[in-house]
Design a binder for this molecule. Structure first.
Ligand code: GLU
Length: 425
């Protein structure tokens, strides 16, 4: 199991270091697959990492200089692909880890991409619309030389949305002197976005929950679901689970959680949430995020940020299945504890791959200039996610490893093979 090898890291600080954790699992996956150490040397860090300074004129007339990153993990399989996050806690290390996770996701759902990721240290909750536009355009100007429809294709991530993608696409098209919809995905429909992209991550998570529930003999109808995070993934997921007949008994945002053992009124909460997924501020009797994670339920979905289930609270998790809609919400120690307790954990690199899958569909539609219906997108997403879930599940059974390690083994293979054929290793 993953955590045996994790003893390599005895420094307590490393335990929440998402880059170190992902490197640990990659190394183990490569060993299990019989690859040499050089392959790990190549894959443990992104091939390229660009740090940029973005001067932005704020509404008060002053200039503020923001720091941004773009990491390109590995482009042996194809152009790199992955979102851009706007968040005050963005770090270089985190962006690197996120780019590696994107490579794994693309490998797991078998897309012709490697992984990339971007981030800007900023708090969009405190910025005006115009400031955000200037920042988005400034970022694209700063990274324009290393991105492009056949090089590296960005997309939305935490606190970025289709409007931000639209500004970025427009800025890139001006630089490129061509209309370049395939430069970025997650765009509004009228600018070449795809049907189903906005709900894609949550749809993918829903499919994984359904498949995992079948394996565990849990009936979705009436199942008690807790969702941490009410952003793009969490809010749509709560809605889909509610519509499927499950009882969503807990949800949360960055400020706290809501709990009702009889089921929350999800449509009302969706209606009242702001564009950053905040809703709990409207209520008095909230619970903490810590309490929310420990609620008695059948299905727990961390859909917020990293390092939420750790060795401190893993023993208190009372769910049959944990499905990671966020990137990196469970530490390796916690993965081990949950697995030993018989809880089925569906890892982020599999469960949250619906977003990039429909981003790929969007890019394909942009490239061919011919657009698909919502039904076509959904049917293709369903087929890919069901096959990917079962592929990883079976790998876990045959190799007798947990689903995180199995997912890494599936995800890393194509990248390692492509790098070998290219003569890189
Ligand atoms: N940001 C999303 C993720 O972490 C989607 C990336 C994409 O669509 O390229 O998977």
């Amino acid at each position: 199991m993953v955590a045996e090898k994790d003893a390599a890291s005895n420094n307590p600080e490393d335990k929440n270091d998402v880059l170190k954790s992902t490197q640990t699992v990659i190394q183990l996956a490569l060993e299990k697959l019989g690859y040499s150490d050089e392959v790990f040397e190549l894959l443990k860090e992104p091939l390229r990492m660009l740090t940029v300074k973005i001067p932005v004129r704020m509404d008060d007339g002053k200039i503020k200089v923001f720091t941004g990153y773009r990491a390109q993990h590995n482009d042996a399989v194809g152009p790199t692909k992955g979102g851009i996050r706007f968040h005050p806690n963005v770090t270089e290390k985190e962006v690197k880890a996120l780019s590696i996770w994107m490579s794994l996701k693309c490998g797991i759902v078998d897309l012709p991409y490697g992984g990339g990721k971007g981030g800007i240290i900023c708090d969009p909750r405190d910025m005006s619309f115009r400031e955000l536009e200037r920042l988005s355009r400034g970022y694209v100007r700063a990274i324009s030389q290393i991105v492009g429809p056949t090089k590296d294709i960005p997309a939305p991530d935490v606190f970025t949305n289709s409007q931000i993608m639209a500004w970025m696409m427009d800025e890139y098209s001006r630089i490129d002197e061509f209309n370049s919809p395939g430069f970025i995905t997650g765009k509004p429909l009228v600018l070449g976005g795809s049907h189903g992209r906005e709900t894609a991550t949550a749809k993918g998570v829903t499919i994984c929950i359904r498949e995992a529930a079948k394996k565990k003999g849990i009936d979705i109808e009436g199942a008690r679901v807790v969702v941490q995070g009410f952003g793009n993934a969490g809010s749509f997921l709560a809605k889909f689970m509610h519509d499927a007949g499950a009882k969503v008994i807990g949800i949360s945002d960055a400020y706290g959680g809501l709990h009702d053992p009889n089921g929350l009124d999800i449509d009302y909460l969706l209606d009242r949430r702001d564009s950053f997924g905040t809703v709990t501020k409207l209520f008095n009797n909230t619970i903490s995020n810590k309490e929310l994670l420990e609620l008695d339920c059948d299905i727990l979905v961390p859909a917020a940020i990293e390092n939420q289930i750790t060795e401190e609270n893993a023993a208190n998790i009372r769910a049959g299945i944990v499905v990671e809609a966020a990137n990196g919400p469970t530490t390796l120690e916690a993965t081990k504890i949950l697995t030993e307790r018989g809880i089925l954990l569906v890892p982020d690199v599999l469960a949250s791959s619906g977003g990039v899958t429909v981003s790929y569909f969007e890019w394909v539609q942009n490239n061919q200039g011919y657009y698909w219906t919502e039904e076509e997108v959904e049917e293709k997403l369903e087929r890919i996610l069901v096959a990917s879930f079962n592929n990883v599940y079976e790998a876990a059974q045959t190799r007798r490893v947990d689903m995180r390690l199995a997912a890494y083994m599936v995800g890393v293979r194509k990248m390692a093979e492509a790098s070998r054929f290219r003569g890189w290793i």
